[in-house]
Design a protein around this ligand. Structure first.
Ligand SMILES: *[C@@H]1O[C@H](CO)[C@@H](O)[C@H](O)[C@H]1NC(C)=O
Ligand SMILES: *[C@@H]1O[C@H](CO)[C@@H](O)[C@H](O)[C@H]1NC(C)=O
Length: 353
């Protein structure tokens, strides 16, 4: 079966068998399992071909090669671990697993490298686990992952970098959680992400930059959040103007605070509505501004001192020079000798008489 067009419906893409990548993965798997590696390196293509016919029949057996004990696996690479009350991600994931259904379990936390070994995973479903905590490196190694569903959990926050490694991600759902904030660094730059579901969370704003590094994003689920109609909504409104109807309900999206703007449609805000908003300051700018006060004070003090001493020196020098240069213009004339105040007084008195 040819692989369906990769982007159109990433979550429903039927996982395909065969192909160069699959052969390579099996090759690596065999190498890791069996002992004489050099011999196997030579024979590697043989087991791959020999295994292909058996793989085409659905096994559906738990604990089959590369299939976690608790799950049912099919030849297509689907591991169905759905609804088995699992408290942790099952061990034994391998390169064979392309689609992991872990929904409706009890996985409350994802530790670092939770899916290590499942590097060929394309789709991961973690809905309805009561998930509260995801380590920033929980998804490390999933460089092929296209579709991640974390919907209907209890997530309140996500660490920076949580999704930054998932460079192939096309569809991410964080819907029906308790997220009150989403930082740009949580998503990072995801060049292929087309659909982001944020509906039914507790978001009142999207930090500037969250949507900036998602160039392929076309579908954005926003409903069911207490959007605040303040300056912080500006980047989102700008994005909405550039992407008409990113979700069917966009026209009906309302912001719910502050009072005077309560229940205004989000998509209807022109940029002029934000003309009173100053550009938000980054932390670095704040540090610069705060240190600018004392630094400029000290600098101006130093400048005044320097200028003052330069001026004083210059004047003293000028005085010294003019004193040195003052020529003995005329021979000293007793009549025109520098008059002391007493002399002047006497002159004035003569004039009066
Ligand atoms: C993303 O995945 C969800 C299911 O997890 C699906 O309902 C939705 O249609 C997908 N979005 C796109 C654009 O493929
Ligand atoms: C996964 O297994 C459960 C039963 O354990 C079944 O109800 C469900 O339909 C299966 N899902 C898929 C996609 O095969």
């Amino acid at each position: 079966m040819p692989q369906r067009q990769a982007g159109s419906e990433p979550c429903r893409t039927q996982v395909f068998q065969g192909g160069l990548a699959a052969a390579l993965m099996r090759c690596l798997f065999f190498l890791s399992r069996l002992t004489p590696p050099l011999l196997l390196l030579l024979l590697c293509p043989l087991p791959v071909r020999a295994q292909a016919p058996t793989a085409s029949a659905p096994s559906g057996t738990p604990g089959a090669q590369g299939c976690p004990e608790a799950c049912a696996c099919t030849a297509g690479g689907q591991a169905n671990c759905s609804g088995r009350a699992l408290p942790v991600v099952p061990a034994g994931l391998s390169w064979h697993v392309r689609r992991l259904l872990l929904d409706h379990n009890r996985v409350r936390a994802l530790p670092p490298g939770a899916f290590v070994g499942a590097g060929a995973l394309l789709r991961l479903d973690l809905r309805e686990n009561g998930l509260r905590w995801v380590h920033a490196r929980a998804f490390w190694g999933l460089s092929a992952l296209q579709c991640l569903d974390l919907g209907a959990n209890q997530l309140e926050a996500l660490a920076p970098g949580t999704f930054a490694q998932l460079r192939a991600l096309r569809n991410l759902s964080l819907a029906d959680n308790r997220l009150a904030r989403l930082e740009p660094a949580t998503l990072g730059a995801l060049p292929l992400l087309r659909a982001l579901s944020l509906q039914n969370n507790e978001l009142s704003e999207l930090a500037p930059g969250v949507l900036a590094d998602l160039p392929a994003l076309g579908a954005l689920g926003l409903r069911g959040n207490p959007w605040a109609c303040g300056c912080a909504l500006r980047p989102l409104c700008a994005w909405l103007r550039r992407h008409p109807r990113p979700a069917p309900e966009t026209e009906a999206l309302l912001c719910v605070s502050p009072g005077r703007l309560t229940l205004s449609p989000l998509a209807a805000f022109p940029d002029s509505a934000f003309s009173h908003c100053t550009q938000p300051l980054a932390a670095r700018d704040l540090v610069v501004i705060c240190s600018l006060g004392p630094v400029s004070f000290l600098a101006s003090l130093a400048a005044c001192l320097a200028l003052g001493s330069v001026l004083a020196a210059w004047r003293a020098r000028r005085r010294r020079r003019s004193a040195a240069r003052r020529p003995p213009r005329r021979p000293p004339d007793p009549g025109s000798a520098p008059a002391s105040p007493a002399d002047l007084g006497r002159v004035a008195a003569c004039a009066r008489t």
